[in-house]
Design a protein around this ligand. Sequence first.
Ligand SMILES: [Fe+2]
Ligand SMILES: [Fe+2]
Length: 154
Amino acid sequence: MQGKKSVLDCLNKLLAGELAARDQYFIHARMYAEWGYTKLHDRIAHEMEDETGHASRFIERILMLGGTPKMVPAKITVGKDVADMLQKDLDVELEVRDNLKAAIALCEKEQDYVTRQYLVAQLQDTEEDHAHWLEQQLRLIDAMGLQNYLQSQA
Ligand SMILES: [Fe+2]
Ligand SMILES: [Fe+2]
């Protein structure tokens, strides 16, 4: 089945975002491991796998619609310390959320309701899992202080 060009372009933009999120979690997970923050490493390595799954579903959908997946990640931003890394990851998730919402509106306009379903599932992961967890961590740092938070993650 041939998809609309507008939808395919949009899916490729979203794919670039998922590939970037994956790479940013990849480097952050390795930095946490190097610094001995085992709990942060485990959680962020798991997020990296989630983003790989998101990218995989976009690749499958683009191929199904007769398009060519562009395997070029968007720009990543590596944090310099734990709080900065959590904030930069949250920034990525919020940008992905905004792009997903715009894509859902486009799919409705183009009446591509199956692609829309893919997007809603990813929006739910983004809002209720990834972004929510990162917001919780930043709130914990505020509430208990950075040193106590870091101790809890070693
Ligand atoms: Fe994602
Ligand atoms: Fe995410």
